[in-house]
Design a protein around this ligand. Structure first.
Ligand code: ADP
Ligand code: MG
Length: 243
């Protein structure tokens, strides 16, 4: 059975004045895949994420999600349709307890509509769901970690908090922008099974990465960018052999 095409980029381009950061990029992905996007610094990876998630309006081309043209929609509308992203430069609410960072997305229309949670304006429920999500991501519920100020958490937990913020919106697709960067090899090894678990639960993933060895173990397929253009695409082994 052919799986549904979840996301498609058609001739996507983004220019900043004279710099074309993303140049005529085409790719598609099916529901359930883990797609890696690789490329050196400055090759347009984050700009591509920004174009898909509405943070940048593409200069040309289209983005389709479940067949629907989402090009140029605002980020909150795209999130409401089911695409969420982590930030390479993490921006939690540093002065709030970690779990409170999830209470905000848990208050969104999508979280109420799609999540099992039935709002009703009772803060207690949202707090519990927030801690539930963090627990799934390896925050030990009975430790103090979920309740610590986000600004005091080490990088490994901040990356998980970013994922938690995404999960709170019950996304169909999560785009992780260099979620491995700044992590030690052992922190990466503990994050990988979490990503695989999310994928097994039905969440489609795009992983923008720089750390190829680790990525190639998780991704089903890889798209490589260079100077904003797609230079190759294929299974990790095939892409590994490309010059
Ligand atoms: P990557 O994530 O692969 O490191 P980026 O997408 O961040 O690459 O950047 C691609 C290119 O676009 C770089 O040359 C960068 O300087 C440029 N660029 C990215 N964002 C902007 C912006 N907001 N304004 C101007 N130039 C930008
Ligand atoms: Mg980047």
């Amino acid at each position: 059975m052919n799986k549904e095409v979840l996301l498609r980029a058609e001739g996507l381009r983004k220019s900043f004045g004279g710099v074309t950061a993303v140049n005529d990029v085409n790719f598609e992905m099916k529901r359930g895949e883990i797609l890696g996007v690789i490329g050196p610094n400055g090759s347009g990876k984050t700009t591509l994420v920004n174009c898909i998630t509405g943070f940048h309006k593409p200069t040309a081309g289209k983005v389709r999600f479940r067949g629907r043209n989402i090009t140029g929609m605002k980020p909150h509308r795209i999130a409401d349709l089911g695409i969420n992203r982590t930030f390479q430069i993490m921006r939690p609410y540093f002065s709030m307890p970690a779990f409170k960072n999830l209470v905000i997305p848990l208050s969104s229309p999508r979280a109420k509509r799609v999540g099992g949670w039935r709002g009703g304006g009772r803060h207690g429920d949202r707090n519990t769901v927030a801690v539930d999500i963090l627990e799934e991501l390896g925050f030990e519920r009975d430790s103090r970690v979920p309740y610590k100020l986000a600004g005091t958490l080490p990088t490994g937990y901040l990356k998980r908090l970013e994922l938690g913020r995404c999960l709170a919106l019950r996304p169909e697709l999560i785009i992780c922008d260099e979620v491995f960067s700044g992590l030690s090899a052992s922190e990466i090894s503990s994050l990988v099974p979490l990503l695989e678990k999310l994928n097994a639960q039905g969440i489609t993933l795009i992983m923008i990465e720089h750390r190829l060895a680790e990525l190639f173990r998780v991704a089903n397929r890889v798209v490589a960018l260079s100077y904003g253009e797609k230079v190759t695409e294929g299974e990790p082994d095939e892409v590994m052999e490309h010059p």
